[in-house]
Design a protein. Sequence first.
Lengths: 400, 79
Amino acid sequence: MRFYEFECKLLLAKQGVPLPHGGTANNPEQARQLAAELRGPVVLKSQVLSGGRMKAGGVKFADTPEEAANAAAEILELPIRDQLPVCVSVEAKAAVAKEYYLGVTYDALAKKPVMIFSDMGGIDIEQVAEEHPGHVAKQHFSTLIPYTDFRAKELLASLGITGGELTALTGVATKLVRLFQQYDMTLAEINPLGKLEDGSFVVLDCHLDMEDEARERHQAVLDELGIKPDETRQGRPPTEFEIRGAQVDAVDHRGVAGRVVEFDGNLGLVIGAGGGSLTIFDAVQKYGGKPANYCEIGGNPSVNKAMELTKLILSKPGVDKIAVIMNVVSNTRADIVARGVIKGVVESGHDPAQKISIFRIPGSWEADAFKILGKYGVEYCDRSVSMSEAARRAVEKTGT
Amino acid sequence: MPAMFIRVDMTREVAGDRELANKLAEVCPVNIFAQAPDGSATIVEENLDECVLCELCVQAAPPGGVRVVKLYDGTVLER
Ligand code: SF4
């Protein structure tokens, strides 16, 4: 789940990370007052969850309280990627001498968190890594052993940071790691971290993503920030299709079958098993297929859930066929999913043999699944056919 | 919609035995058995396809009392 920038800054402030003076305004008058209190030029930023604020006109500068009020009025009316801001931040404009990047995230391949530092802040870290790899330093660390100043200094010094700059940046880096671990973040990023002309540092912009599954553990801090349990906090509001998917998933406690993300292709996907969903989704695209949705099923959903998910996907305009693909399953029964999917297709008024392009769920109870699929004339395969090959066959049958 | 994959049969004796009806409702993990107000056992048709083929009902009833039929291949679970 994402946080608004002003919430990120409140969380950073709890760790003692230096921030610009300012606050948030819900209307132009409040922005005027804040600017007057700050006694100088200010920067006003739209508080939306999506990126691209600068390009969209959601960031403005003002030299006087009057200009700040006008800028706030414009920003508050400006939707960015279909989202109106919840408020506008008004902060003292800092005299920045240099910009840095500090970020913490998980490295899925290394299976460890990784601290990333760059002395070229203010632009996308991916772009810096590609165009100026010598200006990016990375350091994996353990979630068990406390992250120390020494480790931070090792990282920072690898890009030539020394002296007082090293001391100041070390403090920010260790606090960012602490925040990342304390609140189960999947991303904690300060970009840019500004070095002011007087040598001090201040967070100019930041981004925090919390692991969705960890929300309950952090109810206290979420309450403190006023974040309600039903706020999905994704980069865009959920579509009707996605809301209905969540309702399918909430029908009963058994397994997961309903976390869907909508796309506009013709191949509906009933996919899952760990990272399997991502692999299958990528494979469909690799073979030129157009997914109608992304989804995650697993943990042995009930027949009813698998059926409702199938019906939901088939109800989406433009869906020609569905592909049912999972990695080798142990905690999900292939026969239960087969029953649900076939029921869903039949209840939607279609012939399973025509609508299901492929069924590849090898593992637990696969023999029964294959009997069910065979009875309805559905093409199925076992683990000797890779997920990628199954995706290719689905795309071939469905058309691109 | 009628069940597509599973059928559960029980004898009149089993259905009419209050104690057994209670036991069947208790053991089935997916609520395929329910107890009617008069205490007899009934089959909850809309849950039939949720059957996980655990055979707990078959074991709870006397031999031949409950049979679970896989409609997709004709296999019968009974004792
Ligand atoms: S086999 Fe198990 S799930 Fe199926 S009806 Fe009997 S008790 Fe219920």
